[in-house]
Design a protein around this ligand. Structure first.
Ligand SMILES: Cc1ncc(COP(=O)(O)O)c(C=O)c1O
Length: 427
């Protein structure tokens, strides 16, 4: 192969005006307008640790954490080094020979996952991890139906969308998968009624992320486990956002001592450096593919670069005790937010969550919108939950420093003060 040298690394970074016009002409004019509004015209050009840096060099403290992607912060040096090293060995898989990194990753996932979860299907995103779980549940049970919870979010491909609990994203695409039903979150009686012997799988986020940071009670999780076992249903736990140390344990289900039949991961699995998803199943679920291992596949799933990033990320999570850090920093942040909720009861209804997956619920949507706006002015990024605009979520890196938490709390306090002054409520 002739290698042509080019000056590919010597390119001028495009200006805000150029990027905006490319968005308008080649991505979506509506998205260009939206991002101009919500993103304050900032271009993300650099990122490190808990910080995102724009084209002017302005630094923003990232308390949205990419919706759970940046548990290790941005560009953790160990993950970056692992991926750079891998680039010099093999980048994408031939898919003809065995892929040792994918195999090692699957073994590591089995080691840390709840009891019995042994087999991994590696993909590239959260929604793909869910699609694999849905197909596996149908095949393993020979049944068609799925039950999930109101307000849930499992992704936007057709299958995942069918089991997500928000009509706004579903209605334009009907008909979706048939036989999908939602039940009220944390309602045991509703579960008893809905989990009939026609159901293939029950899908649950143990902490609903986009639904507004709702934590499933241990009793709910344990009942779900029991009912699924009794009625031959596969219990599918979606830990795409809550998994991998974010709630103070490896997985949110670990708080209740519950082992599902299938568990999905993505987001932080790639350490904020590579995209990757995983569907981890027990022997009962995995027997669906017995004798037909190629029935569900993915070209890029488990590629060496992403697998290497995931292995490095899991190692960092262990070495830096990120579960423990999430628990400790979560307590500090939750305490600070709870004090602010008491100071601003006219704006804030409740603080809730587990570890560093926290939500602030407002009395009205407009207060949340104002808070995000005011916080960005103060160089801190926070975001809505997708299915519940009254709730602002805080999902900073798990290795966030104490000083950064204090800085974020100061920004929240000032932003609440400004929101009260501008939108003042009499509640
Ligand atoms: C719990 C949960 N499941 C699935 C997904 C879909 O993941 P992705 O956007 O990578 O497809 C998300 C994304 O926010 C999520 O929070």
């Amino acid at each position: 192969m002739t290698v042509v040298t080019t000056n590919i690394l010597e390119f001028d970074e495009p200006t805000l005006a150029q990027v905006t016009s490319w968005y308008k002409d080649h991505i979506s004019p509506d998205l260009a307008r939206l991002l101009r509004l919500t993103g304050f015209g900032a271009l993300e050009t650099r990122a490190e640790g808990s910080w995102v840096i724009d084209q002017t060099g302005r630094r923003y403290l990232d308390f949205s954490g990419g919706y759970g992607v940046f548990s290790l912060g941005h560009r953790h040096p160990a993950v970056v080094a692992a991926v750079k090293d891998q680039l010099d060995k093999v980048a994408m898989s031939s898919r003809v020979f065995m892929n040792p990194l994918q195999a090692q990753l699957a073994a590591k996932l089995a080691e840390i996952s709840p009891e019995g979860l042994q087999y991994s299907f590696i993909s590239n995103s959260g929604t793909e991890a869910i699609e694999a779980a849905l197909k596996m549940a149908r095949l393993a049970t020979g049944r068609e139906k799925f039950v999930s919870t109101e307000g849930s979010y499992h992704g936007k491909t057709m299958g995942s969308l069918s089991v997500s609990g928000r009509a706004k994203y579903q209605d334009p695409f009907r008909p979706l998968l048939s036989g999908c039903e939602t039940v009220k979150f944390n309602d045991i009686q509703a579960l008893e009624d809905a989990l009939t012997e026609e159901v293939a799988g029950f899908l649950l986020e143990p902490v609903q992320g986009e639904g507004g940071i709702h934590v499933a009670t241990p009793e709910y999780l344990q009942t779900a486990r029991r009912l699924c076992t009794e009625r031959g249903i596969l219990f599918i736990v979606d830990e795409v956002q809550s998994g991998l140390c974010r709630t103070g344990k490896w997985f949110a289900v670990d708080h209740a001592g519950v082992a599902p039949d299938i568990m999905t991961l993505a987001k932080s699995l790639g350490g904020g450096v590579m995209p990757i998803g995983a569907t981890i199943s027990n022997a009962k679920a995995a027997q669906a593919y017995k004798g037909r291992p190629l029935l569900h596949t993915s070209t890029f799933g488990g590629n060496p670069l992403a697998s290497r990033a995931a292995l490095a990320s899991l190692q960092v999570m262990e070495n830096e005790s990120l579960a423990r850090q999430a628990e400790l920093s979560g307590e500090i942040l939750k305490r600070g937010l709870t004090e602010l909720a008491k100071e601003f009861p006219d704006l804030v209804r409740e603080i809730r969550g587990l570890g560093l997956m926290l939500g602030m619920e407002f009395h009205e949507d407009k207060f949340g919108g104002s808070l995000i706006f005011e916080m960005v002015k103060r160089n801190v990024i926070a975001v809505y939950t997708l299915n519940q605009p009254k709730v602002i979520r805080f999902e900073p890196p798990l290795n966030v420093e104490k000083g950064e938490i204090e800085q974020a709390l100061k920004a929240v306090r000032e932003s609440l003060g400004e929101t009260r002054r501008r939108l003042g409520s009499n509640k």
